[in-house]
Design a protein around this ligand. Structure first.
Ligand SMILES: NC(=O)c1ccc[n+]([C@@H]2O[C@H](COP(=O)([O-])OP(=O)(O)OC[C@H]3O[C@@H](n4cnc5c(N)ncnc54)[C@H](O)[C@@H]3O)[C@@H](O)[C@H]2O)c1
Length: 270
């Protein structure tokens, strides 16, 4: 494995809740590759204190921020730049939550206050983060921003509920802001469309256990793990991908281009 891919780079990592979190794995790998960063999560998610273990292991500080709150985001960028001693080079947006999923509201009967919250937390928070960074000029030229998404933005997965709509919006924001930030500061913005992964957010979706097995059987390389997602994310933060921007990048073992697999067909063969 290459080392020091992120040497000298500074970043902000949103969304490490516990050891299963994709953001947790990204933080561990970014540290291994020589990056310095701050960790952030919603104040309520920090209460369990899990994140302090990660902060100790990666020699990083934790700054609370609700990603739907502009004051919190301004404070985050101010403190991050103080702690890191300058502008940042990478941001991981690894945030998702739907009150409709949590409260088991069927998609056709969604509660609209909840729906607003899903959009704000899971998608508009990326816009808010980028807009704050741009206003404060907090990102270095050739900086890289990665958001995490799911293929329910393109195809119907019935139990993914309003998160499918949030992911469509998230991917669109990455494209649109990617244009503007690219033109202004050469900052690149991409989303990674990840396989189903056993995390707190993932397992909250109805039927997750069956679904993860189905996806695995449909993917020639099998499902991509959180660790593998972190490896891919590191390449996008590195200087080896400087002209990749405004893309939705599938990291799913081939699931997205498979119509049907032999493994799945076997289940229907009499
Ligand atoms: N797990 C999967 O199957 C899967 C698949 C594809 C994409 N993703 C995406 O990956 C990302 C990370 O999720 P994960 O699977 O690691 O689960 P996770 O539950 O570990 O992470 C979700 C994070 O969002 C944070 N969050 C929620 N509300 C917030 C707010 N208002 N402000 C700031 N942070 C907030 C949570 O505290 C948590 O840390 C999400 O965008 C998720 O949709 C997950």
């Amino acid at each position: 494995m290459a080392t020091d891919l992120l040497k000298g780079k500074k970043g902000i990592i949103f969304g490490a809740l516990n050891e299963q979190s994709i953001a947790w794995k990204v933080a561990e790998k970014a540290h291994e590759q020589g990056a310095e960063f701050v960790l952030t999560n919603a104040p309520i998610a920090l209460r369990m204190g899990e994140i302090n273990k990660l902060a100790d292991a990666t020699n990083s500080e934790v700054i609370p921020a609700d990603a739907t709150n502009m004051e919190d985001l301004e404070n985050l960028f101010t403190k991050a730049q103080e702690i890191l001693g300058g502008k940042v080079d990478f941001i991981l947006h690894s945030i998702g939550m739907s009150p409709n999923v949590r409260k088991k509201k069927h998609y056709t009967e969604n509660n609209y206050d909840f729906y607003h919250k899903t959009m704000d937390i899971s998608a508009m928070s990326l816009h808010r983060t980028l807009s704050t960074a741009m206003k404060m000029d907090a990102l270095n030229e050739w900086g890289s921003v990665v958001g995490l998404t799911y293929i329910a933005a393109q195809r119907v997965f019935p139990d993914y509920n309003d998160m499918a709509d949030a992911k469509s919006l998230l991917e669109s924001i990455a494209r649109s802001f990617g244009y503007h930030y690219g033109e202004k500061k050469k900052v690149r913005i991409n989303t990674i469309s990840q396989s189903p992964t056993p995390t707190t957010a993932g397992t909250g979706v109805k039927g997750f256990d069956e679904f993860i097995s189905f996806a695995d059987s449909m993917s020639p390389l099998g499902n991509a793990s959180a660790d593998e997602c972190a490896d891919y994310t590191i390449t996008l933060f590195s200087d080896f991908t400087r002209k990749v921007t405004m893309q939705n990048l599938y990291h799913d073992g081939g699931f997205s281009n498979t119509g049907v697999s032999n493994k799945v067909m076997e289940k229907f063969t009499k």
